[in-house]
Design a protein around this ligand. Structure first.
Ligand code: CU
Length: 160
């Protein structure tokens, strides 16, 4: 394939405005360059970067804090006790219930069906749909907060 390019025309020297000799024109360029040294350009860029970093920090800082961390649970992780009526998880931020979940499993990996129960803004609560026999259980949770960030975790408890 042949690509046809328009002919490149170079402006002849005579087409430049002539102000004095060629030597004075060259020295004029040099003077202009001295007025805007590289270090000055870099310094102004550095200021711009500092401002950008500051603004990004303002925007990102509240978002980073909005991750939902598990504050406390019932049963408490690694606790041994009677069969709990529900599994309660309290987070540092409000989970979006539609995008969050709690799964309950036996030691052999059997999934125990749960129903959700509303117990307030920062809580996720589920009720096991059948009585929990003695043995160890795993609670696997994942939570999405309003900033779309996802956190997850697992803990276990033992039913005597
Ligand atoms: Cu977050």
């Amino acid at each position: 394939m042949i690509v046809l390019l328009p002919p490149i025309t170079y402006a002849s020297r005579s087409s430049f405005p002539r102000e004095g000799s060629g030597n004075s024109l060259r020295s004029g360029y040099a003077t202009r360059r001295e007025e805007l040294p590289l270090s000055k350009i870099h310094r102004s860029h550095r200021h711009l970067l500092t401002i950008c970093a500051f603004l990004a920090g303002l925007i990102l800082a509240p978002a980073a804090e909005a991750h939902a961390h598990l504050m406390v649970s019932h049963p408490v992780a690694d606790a041994t006790g009677g069969p709990p009526g529900d599994i309660e998880l309290r987070f540092s931020e409000a989970p979006l219930a539609m995008l969050s979940s709690i799964e309950l499993r036996t030691a052999t990996g059997e999934d125990i069906p749960v129903s959700s129960k509303d117990m307030g803004k920062n809580m996720l609560v589920v009720v096991p749909q059948r009585p929990l026999k003695s043995g160890s259980y795993t609670v696997k949770w994942h939570v999405v907060t309003a900033d779309t960030h996802r956190t997850q975790g697992t803990f276990a408890f033992i039913v005597r």
